[in-house]
Design a protein around this ligand. Structure first.
Ligand SMILES: Cc1cc2nc3c(=O)[nH]c(=O)nc-3n(C[C@H](O)[C@H](O)[C@H](O)COP(=O)(O)OP(=O)(O)OC[C@H]3O[C@@H](n4cnc5c(N)ncnc54)[C@H](O)[C@@H]3O)c2cc1C
Length: 453
Protein backbone atom coordinates (compact mmCIF):
# COMPACT_ATOMS: atom_id res chain seq x y z
CA UNK A 1 0.00 0.00 0.00
CA UNK A 2 2.82 2.45 0.80
CA UNK A 3 4.55 1.74 -2.55
CA UNK A 4 1.27 2.00 -4.47
CA UNK A 5 0.24 5.30 -2.89
CA UNK A 6 3.70 6.86 -3.27
CA UNK A 7 3.84 5.87 -6.95
CA UNK A 8 0.26 7.02 -7.60
CA UNK A 9 1.18 10.38 -6.09
CA UNK A 10 4.18 10.48 -8.44
CA UNK A 11 1.76 10.24 -11.38
CA UNK A 12 1.95 6.56 -12.26
CA UNK A 13 -1.18 4.53 -12.95
CA UNK A 14 -1.00 1.84 -10.27
CA UNK A 15 -2.99 -1.35 -9.90
CA UNK A 16 -2.76 -2.76 -6.38
CA UNK A 17 -3.42 -6.49 -6.72
CA UNK A 18 -4.43 -8.26 -3.49
CA UNK A 19 -5.16 -11.96 -2.99
CA UNK A 20 -7.71 -11.38 -0.22
CA UNK A 21 -11.03 -9.55 -0.24
CA UNK A 22 -9.62 -6.71 1.90
CA UNK A 23 -6.39 -4.74 2.27
CA UNK A 24 -3.88 -4.91 5.11
CA UNK A 25 -2.30 -8.37 4.94
CA UNK A 26 -0.92 -9.34 8.34
CA UNK A 27 -2.23 -6.07 9.80
CA UNK A 28 -5.92 -6.17 8.91
CA UNK A 29 -9.43 -6.58 10.26
CA UNK A 30 -12.28 -8.79 9.13
CA UNK A 31 -15.68 -10.06 10.24
CA UNK A 32 -14.97 -13.00 12.54
CA UNK A 33 -17.81 -15.48 11.91
CA UNK A 34 -17.52 -17.11 15.37
CA UNK A 35 -18.33 -13.89 17.26
CA UNK A 36 -20.00 -11.88 14.46
CA UNK A 37 -17.73 -8.89 15.15
CA UNK A 38 -15.18 -7.08 13.02
CA UNK A 39 -11.86 -7.63 14.77
CA UNK A 40 -8.24 -6.87 13.96
CA UNK A 41 -6.24 -10.05 13.35
CA UNK A 42 -4.31 -8.66 16.34
CA UNK A 43 -3.84 -5.29 18.00
CA UNK A 44 -1.16 -3.45 16.04
CA UNK A 45 0.88 -0.81 17.83
CA UNK A 46 3.08 1.83 16.23
CA UNK A 47 5.50 4.23 17.86
CA UNK A 48 6.47 7.85 17.31
CA UNK A 49 9.70 6.68 15.63
CA UNK A 50 7.71 4.94 12.84
CA UNK A 51 8.21 7.88 10.49
CA UNK A 52 7.38 6.04 7.25
CA UNK A 53 4.21 4.47 8.58
CA UNK A 54 3.08 7.84 9.93
CA UNK A 55 4.05 9.40 6.57
CA UNK A 56 1.93 6.79 4.80
CA UNK A 57 -1.03 7.45 7.13
CA UNK A 58 -0.65 11.19 6.46
CA UNK A 59 -0.51 10.60 2.71
CA UNK A 60 -3.81 8.68 2.77
CA UNK A 61 -5.40 11.13 5.24
CA UNK A 62 -5.90 8.83 8.26
CA UNK A 63 -3.19 10.04 10.67
CA UNK A 64 -5.85 11.62 12.89
CA UNK A 65 -7.35 8.18 13.49
CA UNK A 66 -4.37 7.13 15.59
CA UNK A 67 -4.64 7.51 19.35
CA UNK A 68 -1.30 8.34 21.00
CA UNK A 69 -0.21 7.69 24.56
CA UNK A 70 3.16 7.85 26.28
CA UNK A 71 2.29 5.98 29.47
CA UNK A 72 2.52 2.24 29.96
CA UNK A 73 0.87 0.58 32.98
CA UNK A 74 2.57 -2.61 34.17
CA UNK A 75 0.48 -4.87 36.40
CA UNK A 76 1.73 -7.70 38.59
CA UNK A 77 -0.41 -10.75 39.37
CA UNK A 78 -2.46 -9.58 42.36
CA UNK A 79 -3.05 -6.17 40.78
CA UNK A 80 -0.16 -3.95 41.93
CA UNK A 81 0.53 -1.33 39.27
CA UNK A 82 3.63 0.55 38.08
CA UNK A 83 3.89 3.15 35.37
CA UNK A 84 6.59 3.60 32.74
CA UNK A 85 6.92 6.58 30.45
CA UNK A 86 8.32 10.09 30.27
CA UNK A 87 7.98 12.52 33.13
CA UNK A 88 9.09 16.08 33.70
CA UNK A 89 10.15 18.31 36.55
CA UNK A 90 7.25 20.71 36.87
CA UNK A 91 6.63 22.01 33.35
CA UNK A 92 10.16 21.08 32.24
CA UNK A 93 10.73 17.75 30.54
CA UNK A 94 13.89 15.89 31.49
CA UNK A 95 16.34 15.63 28.58
CA UNK A 96 16.50 12.29 26.77
CA UNK A 97 17.44 9.65 27.81
CA UNK A 98 16.61 10.73 31.38
CA UNK A 99 12.92 11.36 30.59
CA UNK A 100 11.94 7.82 31.55
CA UNK A 101 14.13 7.58 34.65
CA UNK A 102 11.82 8.94 37.40
CA UNK A 103 9.02 6.49 36.58
CA UNK A 104 11.45 3.58 36.20
CA UNK A 105 12.99 4.37 39.60
CA UNK A 106 9.58 4.49 41.29
CA UNK A 107 8.20 1.36 39.59
CA UNK A 108 7.17 -1.29 42.14
CA UNK A 109 7.58 -3.95 39.48
CA UNK A 110 11.37 -3.75 39.78
CA UNK A 111 13.60 -4.38 42.82
CA UNK A 112 16.47 -2.02 43.59
CA UNK A 113 18.88 -4.52 42.05
CA UNK A 114 16.71 -4.68 38.89
CA UNK A 115 16.75 -0.87 38.66
CA UNK A 116 20.54 -0.69 39.00
CA UNK A 117 20.92 -3.39 36.38
CA UNK A 118 18.58 -1.59 33.97
CA UNK A 119 20.32 1.75 34.54
CA UNK A 120 23.67 0.06 33.79
CA UNK A 121 22.33 -1.48 30.60
CA UNK A 122 20.76 1.79 29.43
CA UNK A 123 24.01 3.67 30.07
CA UNK A 124 25.85 1.15 27.95
CA UNK A 125 23.23 1.44 25.19
CA UNK A 126 23.72 5.19 24.89
CA UNK A 127 26.30 4.26 22.27
CA UNK A 128 24.76 2.42 19.28
CA UNK A 129 25.64 -1.27 18.89
CA UNK A 130 27.51 -1.74 15.58
CA UNK A 131 25.42 -3.41 12.87
CA UNK A 132 28.09 -6.09 12.37
CA UNK A 133 27.80 -7.39 15.97
CA UNK A 134 26.93 -11.12 15.99
CA UNK A 135 26.00 -11.16 19.69
CA UNK A 136 22.48 -12.16 20.75
CA UNK A 137 20.46 -10.06 23.17
CA UNK A 138 20.53 -12.96 25.67
CA UNK A 139 24.34 -13.11 25.65
CA UNK A 140 24.56 -9.31 25.94
CA UNK A 141 22.19 -9.25 28.94
CA UNK A 142 24.22 -11.94 30.70
CA UNK A 143 27.43 -10.03 29.93
CA UNK A 144 25.89 -6.89 31.41
CA UNK A 145 24.82 -8.58 34.64
CA UNK A 146 21.09 -8.22 34.20
CA UNK A 147 19.01 -9.59 37.07
CA UNK A 148 16.25 -12.17 36.62
CA UNK A 149 13.63 -9.49 37.41
CA UNK A 150 15.03 -7.09 34.81
CA UNK A 151 15.19 -9.85 32.22
CA UNK A 152 11.70 -11.25 32.83
CA UNK A 153 9.84 -8.02 33.47
CA UNK A 154 11.61 -5.64 31.12
CA UNK A 155 13.76 -7.24 28.47
CA UNK A 156 11.59 -10.25 27.65
CA UNK A 157 8.47 -8.18 27.77
CA UNK A 158 9.62 -5.28 25.61
CA UNK A 159 11.50 -7.51 23.22
CA UNK A 160 8.80 -10.17 23.07
CA UNK A 161 6.33 -7.56 21.93
CA UNK A 162 8.55 -5.44 19.71
CA UNK A 163 10.66 -8.17 18.13
CA UNK A 164 8.44 -11.19 18.83
CA UNK A 165 11.20 -13.69 19.54
CA UNK A 166 13.14 -15.22 22.38
CA UNK A 167 16.06 -13.16 23.73
CA UNK A 168 18.56 -15.80 22.58
CA UNK A 169 17.28 -15.56 18.99
CA UNK A 170 17.59 -11.80 18.60
CA UNK A 171 20.59 -9.99 17.13
CA UNK A 172 21.81 -7.34 19.57
CA UNK A 173 21.84 -4.48 17.00
CA UNK A 174 18.06 -4.92 16.50
CA UNK A 175 17.40 -5.08 20.25
CA UNK A 176 19.54 -1.99 20.82
CA UNK A 177 17.70 -0.12 18.07
CA UNK A 178 14.33 -0.89 19.67
CA UNK A 179 15.44 0.09 23.17
CA UNK A 180 17.08 3.29 21.97
CA UNK A 181 14.03 4.31 19.90
CA UNK A 182 11.35 3.38 22.43
CA UNK A 183 13.04 4.39 25.67
CA UNK A 184 16.04 6.63 25.04
CA UNK A 185 16.04 8.83 21.91
CA UNK A 186 13.11 11.08 22.81
CA UNK A 187 9.77 11.02 24.60
CA UNK A 188 7.88 11.26 21.30
CA UNK A 189 9.88 8.46 19.59
CA UNK A 190 8.66 6.04 22.27
CA UNK A 191 5.03 7.14 22.42
CA UNK A 192 2.59 4.40 21.44
CA UNK A 193 -0.01 4.76 18.71
CA UNK A 194 -3.12 2.61 18.20
CA UNK A 195 -5.79 2.84 15.55
CA UNK A 196 -9.17 4.02 16.79
CA UNK A 197 -10.90 2.13 13.98
CA UNK A 198 -10.51 -1.48 12.76
CA UNK A 199 -7.37 -1.72 10.60
CA UNK A 200 -9.05 -2.44 7.25
CA UNK A 201 -11.26 0.61 7.81
CA UNK A 202 -8.07 2.64 8.20
CA UNK A 203 -6.93 1.47 4.76
CA UNK A 204 -10.13 2.67 3.08
CA UNK A 205 -8.04 5.85 3.00
CA UNK A 206 -5.52 4.03 0.76
CA UNK A 207 -8.25 2.77 -1.57
CA UNK A 208 -9.75 6.27 -1.86
CA UNK A 209 -6.31 7.82 -2.37
CA UNK A 210 -5.51 5.41 -5.19
CA UNK A 211 -8.83 6.00 -6.98
CA UNK A 212 -8.48 9.78 -6.59
CA UNK A 213 -5.08 9.49 -8.28
CA UNK A 214 -6.45 7.48 -11.21
CA UNK A 215 -5.24 4.15 -9.85
CA UNK A 216 -7.07 0.95 -8.93
CA UNK A 217 -7.35 -1.73 -6.25
CA UNK A 218 -8.07 -5.28 -7.41
CA UNK A 219 -9.19 -7.50 -4.53
CA UNK A 220 -9.60 -11.31 -4.58
CA UNK A 221 -6.85 -11.42 -7.22
CA UNK A 222 -4.19 -13.97 -6.40
CA UNK A 223 -1.16 -13.57 -8.68
CA UNK A 224 -0.33 -17.12 -9.70
CA UNK A 225 2.42 -16.56 -12.29
CA UNK A 226 4.17 -13.83 -14.24
CA UNK A 227 5.66 -13.51 -17.70
CA UNK A 228 8.15 -10.97 -19.01
CA UNK A 229 7.97 -9.98 -22.67
CA UNK A 230 11.43 -8.96 -23.81
CA UNK A 231 10.13 -7.24 -26.97
CA UNK A 232 7.49 -5.03 -25.39
CA UNK A 233 9.32 -4.80 -22.02
CA UNK A 234 6.08 -5.61 -20.25
CA UNK A 235 4.96 -7.95 -17.50
CA UNK A 236 1.85 -10.11 -17.71
CA UNK A 237 0.45 -11.37 -14.43
CA UNK A 238 -1.72 -14.47 -14.46
CA UNK A 239 -4.52 -14.64 -11.92
CA UNK A 240 -8.09 -15.84 -11.48
CA UNK A 241 -9.52 -12.71 -13.14
CA UNK A 242 -7.51 -12.94 -16.34
CA UNK A 243 -4.11 -11.52 -17.39
CA UNK A 244 -2.94 -8.08 -16.28
CA UNK A 245 -0.32 -6.29 -18.33
CA UNK A 246 2.02 -3.75 -16.78
CA UNK A 247 5.32 -1.98 -17.41
CA UNK A 248 6.63 -2.31 -13.87
CA UNK A 249 6.05 -4.72 -11.03
CA UNK A 250 6.48 -4.31 -7.26
CA UNK A 251 6.27 -7.64 -5.45
CA UNK A 252 5.25 -6.67 -1.89
CA UNK A 253 4.78 -10.16 -0.51
CA UNK A 254 5.83 -11.96 2.67
CA UNK A 255 8.98 -14.02 2.16
CA UNK A 256 7.19 -17.37 1.84
CA UNK A 257 4.77 -15.99 -0.80
CA UNK A 258 7.78 -14.57 -2.68
CA UNK A 259 9.43 -18.02 -2.52
CA UNK A 260 6.24 -19.61 -3.88
CA UNK A 261 6.15 -17.18 -6.82
CA UNK A 262 9.83 -17.46 -7.78
CA UNK A 263 9.44 -20.76 -9.73
CA UNK A 264 6.63 -19.05 -11.72
CA UNK A 265 8.83 -16.06 -12.60
CA UNK A 266 11.03 -15.97 -15.72
CA UNK A 267 14.55 -17.38 -15.26
CA UNK A 268 17.04 -14.67 -14.28
CA UNK A 269 20.52 -14.40 -12.88
CA UNK A 270 20.36 -13.93 -9.12
CA UNK A 271 17.18 -15.98 -8.59
CA UNK A 272 19.04 -18.76 -6.79
CA UNK A 273 20.74 -16.25 -4.52
CA UNK A 274 17.36 -14.72 -3.66
CA UNK A 275 15.90 -18.17 -2.94
CA UNK A 276 18.88 -18.97 -0.70
CA UNK A 277 18.31 -15.72 1.21
CA UNK A 278 14.63 -16.46 1.71
CA UNK A 279 15.50 -19.90 3.11
CA UNK A 280 17.35 -18.19 5.98
CA UNK A 281 14.15 -16.59 7.28
CA UNK A 282 11.90 -18.12 9.90
CA UNK A 283 8.56 -17.18 11.39
CA UNK A 284 7.41 -16.49 14.92
CA UNK A 285 3.78 -16.71 16.05
CA UNK A 286 1.54 -14.20 17.82
CA UNK A 287 -1.81 -15.15 19.33
CA UNK A 288 -4.64 -12.89 20.38
CA UNK A 289 -7.58 -13.78 22.59
CA UNK A 290 -10.69 -11.63 22.13
CA UNK A 291 -13.13 -11.57 25.05
CA UNK A 292 -16.55 -9.90 25.41
CA UNK A 293 -17.83 -9.44 28.97
CA UNK A 294 -21.21 -8.31 30.32
CA UNK A 295 -19.53 -5.48 32.27
CA UNK A 296 -16.37 -3.37 32.41
CA UNK A 297 -13.48 -5.26 34.01
CA UNK A 298 -10.96 -2.37 33.96
CA UNK A 299 -10.89 1.38 33.44
CA UNK A 300 -7.47 1.09 31.74
CA UNK A 301 -7.13 1.51 27.96
CA UNK A 302 -4.21 -0.88 27.81
CA UNK A 303 -1.75 -2.57 30.15
CA UNK A 304 1.29 -4.82 30.28
CA UNK A 305 0.62 -7.99 32.28
CA UNK A 306 3.68 -9.34 34.07
CA UNK A 307 4.91 -12.89 34.76
CA UNK A 308 2.26 -14.73 32.75
CA UNK A 309 1.84 -16.04 29.18
CA UNK A 310 -0.53 -13.21 28.32
CA UNK A 311 1.51 -10.02 27.84
CA UNK A 312 -0.71 -7.19 26.69
CA UNK A 313 -4.23 -6.09 27.40
CA UNK A 314 -6.09 -3.76 25.04
CA UNK A 315 -9.47 -2.45 26.12
CA UNK A 316 -10.94 -2.26 22.61
CA UNK A 317 -14.25 -0.83 23.77
CA UNK A 318 -12.31 2.20 25.01
CA UNK A 319 -9.68 2.36 22.24
CA UNK A 320 -11.93 1.99 19.19
CA UNK A 321 -14.54 4.69 18.70
CA UNK A 322 -18.12 3.47 18.46
CA UNK A 323 -17.15 -0.06 19.45
CA UNK A 324 -19.55 -0.39 22.44
CA UNK A 325 -19.81 -3.44 24.69
CA UNK A 326 -16.99 -4.61 26.96
CA UNK A 327 -14.40 -6.01 24.56
CA UNK A 328 -10.93 -6.91 25.84
CA UNK A 329 -8.13 -8.19 23.63
CA UNK A 330 -5.18 -10.08 25.12
CA UNK A 331 -1.98 -10.62 23.15
CA UNK A 332 0.53 -13.41 23.60
CA UNK A 333 3.78 -12.80 21.71
CA UNK A 334 6.71 -15.04 20.91
CA UNK A 335 5.44 -18.21 22.50
CA UNK A 336 5.15 -21.30 20.39
CA UNK A 337 3.76 -23.23 23.39
CA UNK A 338 0.66 -21.00 23.64
CA UNK A 339 0.21 -21.10 19.87
CA UNK A 340 0.10 -24.91 20.07
CA UNK A 341 -2.77 -24.97 22.60
CA UNK A 342 -6.25 -26.00 21.42
CA UNK A 343 -8.77 -23.12 21.24
CA UNK A 344 -10.76 -23.89 24.39
CA UNK A 345 -7.64 -24.39 26.48
CA UNK A 346 -6.00 -21.18 25.21
CA UNK A 347 -9.11 -19.12 26.02
CA UNK A 348 -9.48 -20.80 29.44
CA UNK A 349 -5.83 -20.08 30.30
CA UNK A 350 -6.04 -16.46 29.12
CA UNK A 351 -9.21 -15.90 31.16
CA UNK A 352 -7.70 -17.46 34.29
CA UNK A 353 -4.59 -15.28 33.94
CA UNK A 354 -6.68 -12.15 33.37
CA UNK A 355 -8.56 -12.83 36.62
CA UNK A 356 -5.23 -12.78 38.50
CA UNK A 357 -4.75 -9.15 37.45
CA UNK A 358 -8.38 -8.02 37.59
CA UNK A 359 -10.49 -9.82 40.24
CA UNK A 360 -13.61 -8.26 38.65
CA UNK A 361 -13.24 -10.88 35.90
CA UNK A 362 -14.54 -13.51 38.36
CA UNK A 363 -17.86 -11.66 38.74
CA UNK A 364 -18.20 -10.85 35.05
CA UNK A 365 -19.95 -13.11 32.57
CA UNK A 366 -17.99 -14.00 29.43
CA UNK A 367 -20.44 -13.48 26.59
CA UNK A 368 -18.28 -14.65 23.68
CA UNK A 369 -14.66 -15.28 22.83
CA UNK A 370 -12.40 -15.72 19.82
CA UNK A 371 -8.83 -16.95 19.46
CA UNK A 372 -6.70 -15.77 16.53
CA UNK A 373 -3.46 -17.66 15.98
CA UNK A 374 -1.09 -16.05 13.52
CA UNK A 375 1.54 -18.74 13.14
CA UNK A 376 3.44 -16.74 10.51
CA UNK A 377 3.13 -13.39 12.25
CA UNK A 378 6.65 -11.99 11.99
CA UNK A 379 10.11 -12.98 10.80
CA UNK A 380 12.94 -13.41 13.30
CA UNK A 381 16.04 -11.19 13.44
CA UNK A 382 18.83 -13.56 14.57
CA UNK A 383 22.50 -12.49 14.22
CA UNK A 384 23.54 -12.28 10.57
CA UNK A 385 19.99 -11.94 9.17
CA UNK A 386 20.81 -8.68 7.40
CA UNK A 387 22.83 -10.63 4.81
CA UNK A 388 19.56 -12.39 3.89
CA UNK A 389 17.39 -9.30 3.50
CA UNK A 390 17.36 -8.33 -0.20
CA UNK A 391 17.18 -4.73 -1.41
CA UNK A 392 14.33 -3.44 -3.56
CA UNK A 393 16.28 -4.32 -6.73
CA UNK A 394 15.20 -7.79 -7.87
CA UNK A 395 16.84 -10.26 -10.26
CA UNK A 396 14.15 -9.45 -12.88
CA UNK A 397 13.94 -6.40 -15.18
CA UNK A 398 11.55 -3.61 -14.11
CA UNK A 399 10.56 -5.63 -11.04
CA UNK A 400 11.12 -4.48 -7.44
CA UNK A 401 10.86 -6.17 -4.07
CA UNK A 402 9.10 -4.84 -1.00
CA UNK A 403 7.75 -6.34 2.21
CA UNK A 404 8.75 -6.04 5.85
CA UNK A 405 11.45 -8.75 5.45
CA UNK A 406 13.44 -6.85 2.80
CA UNK A 407 16.49 -4.71 3.67
CA UNK A 408 15.00 -1.87 5.71
CA UNK A 409 17.11 -2.22 8.87
CA UNK A 410 13.86 -2.52 10.84
CA UNK A 411 12.43 -5.65 12.44
CA UNK A 412 9.15 -7.21 11.28
CA UNK A 413 6.82 -4.26 11.75
CA UNK A 414 4.38 -2.07 9.87
CA UNK A 415 7.15 0.56 9.80
CA UNK A 416 9.44 -1.88 8.00
CA UNK A 417 6.66 -2.66 5.53
CA UNK A 418 5.98 1.06 4.90
CA UNK A 419 9.72 1.75 4.53
CA UNK A 420 10.16 -1.11 2.09
CA UNK A 421 7.30 0.28 -0.01
CA UNK A 422 8.89 3.72 -0.10
CA UNK A 423 12.28 2.21 -1.01
CA UNK A 424 10.75 0.12 -3.82
CA UNK A 425 8.92 3.22 -5.13
CA UNK A 426 12.21 5.16 -5.13
CA UNK A 427 14.01 2.32 -6.98
CA UNK A 428 11.23 2.24 -9.59
CA UNK A 429 11.38 6.01 -10.13
CA UNK A 430 15.15 5.75 -10.53
CA UNK A 431 14.63 3.19 -13.33
CA UNK A 432 12.25 5.67 -14.95
CA UNK A 433 15.06 8.26 -14.68
CA UNK A 434 12.75 10.40 -12.57
CA UNK A 435 14.38 10.14 -9.14
CA UNK A 436 12.03 10.87 -6.23
CA UNK A 437 12.41 10.70 -2.46
CA UNK A 438 9.68 8.90 -0.57
CA UNK A 439 11.65 7.65 2.41
CA UNK A 440 10.77 9.72 5.47
CA UNK A 441 13.79 10.82 7.53
CA UNK A 442 14.32 9.22 10.95
CA UNK A 443 13.46 11.24 14.06
CA UNK A 444 16.51 12.96 15.43
CA UNK A 445 17.54 11.93 18.96
CA UNK A 446 16.85 14.65 21.52
CA UNK A 447 18.56 15.91 24.67
CA UNK A 448 21.80 14.17 25.60
CA UNK A 449 21.12 11.45 23.02
CA UNK A 450 22.07 13.96 20.29
CA UNK A 451 25.67 13.36 21.25
CA UNK A 452 25.39 9.56 20.96
CA UNK A 453 24.09 8.92 17.42
C1 LIG B 1 -0.55 -11.08 15.02
C2 LIG B 1 0.37 -10.01 14.54
C3 LIG B 1 0.66 -8.94 15.38
C4 LIG B 1 1.54 -7.94 14.94
N1 LIG B 1 1.76 -6.84 15.72
C5 LIG B 1 2.44 -5.80 15.21
C6 LIG B 1 2.51 -4.56 15.91
O1 LIG B 1 1.96 -4.41 17.01
N2 LIG B 1 3.20 -3.53 15.34
C7 LIG B 1 3.80 -3.66 14.12
O2 LIG B 1 4.38 -2.68 13.65
N3 LIG B 1 3.76 -4.83 13.43
C8 LIG B 1 3.08 -5.89 13.94
N4 LIG B 1 2.98 -7.04 13.22
C9 LIG B 1 3.76 -7.17 11.97
C10 LIG B 1 3.07 -6.48 10.80
O3 LIG B 1 1.74 -6.92 10.69
C11 LIG B 1 3.83 -6.86 9.53
O4 LIG B 1 5.19 -6.55 9.68
C12 LIG B 1 3.32 -6.07 8.32
O5 LIG B 1 1.92 -6.12 8.22
C13 LIG B 1 3.95 -6.66 7.07
O6 LIG B 1 3.44 -6.00 5.95
P1 LIG B 1 3.85 -6.47 4.51
O7 LIG B 1 3.11 -5.58 3.57
O8 LIG B 1 5.31 -6.57 4.40
O9 LIG B 1 3.30 -7.98 4.37
P2 LIG B 1 1.79 -8.52 4.53
O10 LIG B 1 1.05 -7.73 5.54
O11 LIG B 1 1.93 -9.97 4.74
O12 LIG B 1 1.17 -8.19 3.11
C14 LIG B 1 1.39 -8.98 1.98
C15 LIG B 1 0.11 -9.01 1.17
O13 LIG B 1 0.33 -9.76 -0.01
C16 LIG B 1 -0.83 -10.53 -0.27
N5 LIG B 1 -0.43 -11.65 -1.13
C17 LIG B 1 0.34 -12.71 -0.81
N6 LIG B 1 0.53 -13.49 -1.88
C18 LIG B 1 -0.13 -12.90 -2.92
C19 LIG B 1 -0.30 -13.22 -4.29
N7 LIG B 1 0.27 -14.28 -4.84
N8 LIG B 1 -1.07 -12.39 -5.07
C20 LIG B 1 -1.65 -11.28 -4.52
N9 LIG B 1 -1.51 -10.92 -3.24
C21 LIG B 1 -0.75 -11.73 -2.44
C22 LIG B 1 -1.30 -10.94 1.12
O14 LIG B 1 -2.67 -11.35 1.12
C23 LIG B 1 -1.05 -9.67 1.91
O15 LIG B 1 -2.15 -8.80 1.91
C24 LIG B 1 2.14 -8.06 13.65
C25 LIG B 1 1.83 -9.13 12.82
C26 LIG B 1 0.93 -10.08 13.25
C27 LIG B 1 0.56 -11.18 12.30
Amino acid sequence: MSAACALAEAGLHVRLVERRGYLGGRASSYLHPGVNEVIDNCQHVLFGCCTNLIGFYKRIGVADRIYWTSEMTMIEPGGRRSKLGPSGLGSWGLPAPLHGLPKLLSAHAFSLADKFALARAFTSLMRPVPAYSRETLGAWLRRHGQTQGAIERFWRLVIASALNADIDSIAMPYAAKVIRELFMNSAFAGSMGMSTVPLSELYLGATEFLYQHGSEVLLNSNVEATEWDEETSQWTLAGPNGPLVSDYLVLALPFEATAKLIPKMPPAEGTEELTAKIEQHEHWPICSVHLWFDREITELDHAVLLDREVHWLYNQSRLQTGRGGHYIELVVSATRAFAALPREEAIRQALAELAEFFPSVKQAKLEKAALVKEVRATFGVPPGIDASRPTAVSPWPNCFLAGDWTATGWPSTMESAARSGHLAAEALCLTLREPRTFLEPDLQPQGLMRFFC
